[in-house]
Design a protein around this ligand. Structure first.
Ligand code: SF4
Length: 416
């Protein structure tokens, strides 16, 4: 049986797909690309923006025309944001709801009449350069613009022993980098264990190359995580703090849990703890009520802080969220124009950060080699790198290098 996955959206969706693929492989199925005439296609969906939702629906519709005989399955956030009748009307055969997501593989195998065996804990395969370790799901912060708590449900965390066991399996499979992933990992809580305890335990695993932490909600455990980063060189020196805005009125309308000044103070404390830190953030441009002055505040706030990795999104109304009904919606063209300005700012900030790395040592996770034999990958600070002098057999390994120069935010260096 040939199974293809099409995964949309976030890293958490990719982590879930990787697990499903390993389960199908353990059941004797072949994982194939979407274009390779699969018997089963699983669309693991995202509806975080209207554009993401439309892209999911467009692809299902167009693929149905090309693959009349494949079993079409939809899982992920679209299942809880789009009426089931609408999905079925597109030619979907099976809809897997959130409550059944852990049983996705056996449910599909049963549907196609295949004996299941035990596929619950397959050995991980090395399809990707880095392993995505899912430690929790769900969120109860209910930011006014966000559909995620409605689609993924309330937070629930995996026991620490299970996270450590899964991480050890990734190490045994040869992964050099593990990325700790979840819907809102700052909510990680199992018994008395919180995210900092989990990270400390993961960082102590024998054979671990390096540990990367995905996005952490500001106003939670970011300072404790930075302290851990300062004390333990297994943790990549990169922190992603999704600010969403740098204007206090907008932050309040968004239902965020901090002011711009509080977060600025936290960031200034953190960069003293972890010099040379890669620092990322998400910003929503053109949120309802964002005046030109409020937008200017966000732009100035970003420019004044040591951010070097900006993810900018024009605001997208999600039906059912409070913000979709707010007054003073910003016209779409204006949202896009503000986003463009912030993207330009983000390029400048990243270039400056990369320039500051010249002459310093860093560590590359080798993802591929180009035709000239140069190794490509990412540094611990989450900058793209191109490095010479790396033996071909070091693919997917960690390699130290010295940065000779930077260009367009990419580090160019020599292995050392
Ligand atoms: S913290 Fe806010 S933005 Fe992030 S998933 Fe939860 S509700 Fe959405």
């Amino acid at each position: 049986m040939r199974v293809a996955f099409k995964t949309f959206g976030c890293r958490l969706n990719r982590a879930e797909t990787a697990q499903y693929e390993d389960e199908f492989a353990a059941a004797g199925c072949e994982i194939v690309p979407l274009g390779a005439e699969p018997d089963i296609v699983v669309f693991h969906t995202c509806v975080v923006t209207a554009a993401a939702e439309n892209e999911c629906l467009r692809l299902i519709r167009s693929q149905r025309k090309k693959k009349a005989n494949s079993l079409f399955v939809v899982s992920g956030c679209a299942v809880h944001a789009i009426p089931e009748e609408r999905l079925l009307s597109l030619g979907v055969d099976l809809v897997i709801a959130r409550a059944n997501k852990d049983m996705l593989t056996p449910t599909i195998l049963r549907k196609v009449g295949l004996a299941q065996g035990d596929v619950s804990a397959p050995a991980p395969t090395r399809k990707m350069s880095r392993a995505l370790l899912k430690v929790q799901d769900g969120c109860d912060f209910f930011c006014s613009y966000c559909i995620v708590p409605h689609t993924r449900g309330l937070p629930h965390s995996k026991p620490m022993e299970e996270c450590l066991k899964n991480a050890s399996a990734f190490i045994a499979a040869g992964f050099s980098e593990i990325v700790v992933t979840g819907c809102n990992i700052a909510c990680y809580a199992h018994g008395s264990d919180r995210l900092p305890q989990l990270l400390a335990a993961l960082a102590a695993l024998p054979g671990l190359g390096r540990l990367r932490v995905s996005s952490i909600e500001p106003g939670t455990v970011e300072t404790e995580v930075a302290q851990l980063m300062a004390a333990n060189d297994k943790l990549c020196r990169f922190l992603h703090l999704p600010a969403q805005s740098g204007d206090n009125d907008i932050l309040a309308r968004m239902g965020r849990r901090y002011t711009a000044d509080q977060l600025a103070q936290t960031i200034s404390d953190i960069v003293k703890l972890v010099p040379g830190l890669g620092l990322g953030t998400d910003i929503i441009a053109g949120f309802p009520g964002e005046t030109r002055e409020a937008f200017g505040n966000t732009r100035a706030w970003l420019a004044a802080l040591p951010f070097n990795n900006l993810h900018i999104f024009p605001y997208s109304e999600r039906p059912g969220t409070p913000a979709a009904a707010f007054d003073n919606q910003v016209p779409l063209a204006e949202r896009k124009e503000r986003a463009r300005q912030l993207i330009d700012l983000g390029s400048d900030l990243r270039n400056k950060f990369a320039d500051a790395c010249v002459g310093h040592r860093s560590e590359l996770l080798v993802e591929r080699f180009d035709k000239n034999g140069l190794a490509h990958g990412w540094s611990g600070e989450y900058l793209p790198c191109v490095v010479s002098g790396v033996p071909r057999d070091r693919r997917r390994s960690l390699v130290n290098f010295r940065t000779d120069c930077s260009a367009g935010g990419t580090l160019h260096g020599t292995a050392c």
